[in-house]
Ligand binder design. Sequence first.
Ligand SMILES: O=C(O)c1ccccc1N[C@@H]1O[C@H](COP(=O)(O)O)[C@@H](O)[C@H]1O
Length: 231
Amino acid sequence: MLVKFCGMTRQADVDAALRLGADCCGFIFHEGSPRALRPEAAARLASGTLKRVGVFVLQNADAILRTVARARLDWVQVHGAQTLACEAELARVIGPERVIRVLWPGRHASLAGLEAEMRSHAAYCGHFLLDAGTTGTGGSGRNLDWQALAALRAPRPWILAGGLDADRLSLAIVQSRPDGVDLNSGVEDAPGLKNHGKMAAAEAAIRSARAELRTLHRSLGGRNGAGPAHE
Ligand SMILES: O=C(O)c1ccccc1N[C@@H]1O[C@H](COP(=O)(O)O)[C@@H](O)[C@H]1O
């Protein structure tokens, strides 16, 4: 289970993510966000073994690639209306495994529609991230319909986002069975200011959900959908 803490603006918060054993820290490069920071400010934040993810809403491939260099990013999260040509260019330059494509289940009447959209992006990304709402203004704090996602057959590993907090994270994971989770507004005191107690509680909830899924998997002889939901 990949764990990403997003919307980082302070060194102490990145350090907390590292201590908790997270995989990724995210920086928002979108001027309209209360969590936005400049590439130079992100570059100053040391992140140890965490993968550094940049979140982009409006930028084209050239602008994204400039920020990859300036902010020392490992991965890019394409969180807006970027075209397939933009994703193809990112994949060509940095490799598809370093691209996270955000999609919105709320845009589709059925899982089949979402799966078809996923297949059209799959060549250009290593992960999908599913967010609530229907547009690139992320950080809304709203939840997805977790149960509806349980039957999703994704062509790449997928990360659950959308208002996740410690209280309901375990339920969200057990119901939707993602390959990763993205925590943002649900572990904050205020936009961009993470609460370390909430981060630790979220990490404990992830551990508990994973244990529950393992038990479920074992009790069903490993034959059901309790394993990874991607193809
Ligand atoms: O957090 C933001 O301000 C933001 C702005 C623009 C695009 C994405 C943003 N955040 C991403 O949105 C999702 C869900 O966040 P939340 O849990 O609902 O707060 C997450 O992937 C953030 O990385």
